[in-house]
Design a protein around this ligand. Structure first.
Ligand code: SF4
Ligand code: SF4
Length: 120
């Protein structure tokens, strides 16, 4: 009888102790999306394409581990819905026509919007 009364009290004290202990620690979370973390310069966000630099050599397409992520026919496009952000295309482009931005909020309601084309 006494044991069934003491046990919940003990757990309650343990819980309050945990709240109290962590209440004074430095916060590790941010009030996203109002506050955002400063990103490292190596962060791999949305890829940008500089049409003027591109010589359509096809190296990016060859080093991409995905078969149909980068298309270079008459127009250049990258399907970000397939991209795994490995960085192969960016690192191997001889003309620096591709680079990573820090843009990471890429949720869309239509996958077509994730196809990065020459004119967007
Ligand atoms: S590797 Fe660079 S220059 Fe070559 S096709 Fe791709 S983006 Fe264009
Ligand atoms: S980052 Fe990797 S997966 Fe994405 S387009 Fe470039 S090579 Fe392909």
């Amino acid at each position: 009888m006494i044991k069934s009364f003491i046990l919940p009290i003990k757990e309650l004290i343990k819980g309050l102790y945990t709240v109290f202990k962590n209440g004074f620690k430095k916060r590790v979370t941010l009030e996203y999306p109002e506050k955002k973390k400063l990103l490292n310069n190596n962060f791999r966000g949305k890829i940008n394409y500089i049409k003027e630099n591109c010589i359509k050599c096809g190296i990016c397409q060859n080093v991409c581990p995905l078969i149909s992520c980068i298309k270079i026919d008459t127009d250049f496009s990258i399907d970000l819905s397939q991209c795994i952000f490995c960085g192969n295309c960016v690192e191997n482009c001889p003309k620096n026509a591709l680079y990573f931005t820090k843009e990471y909020e890429l949720a869309v309601n239509n996958k077509e919007k994730l196809i990065l084309k020459e004119d967007n």
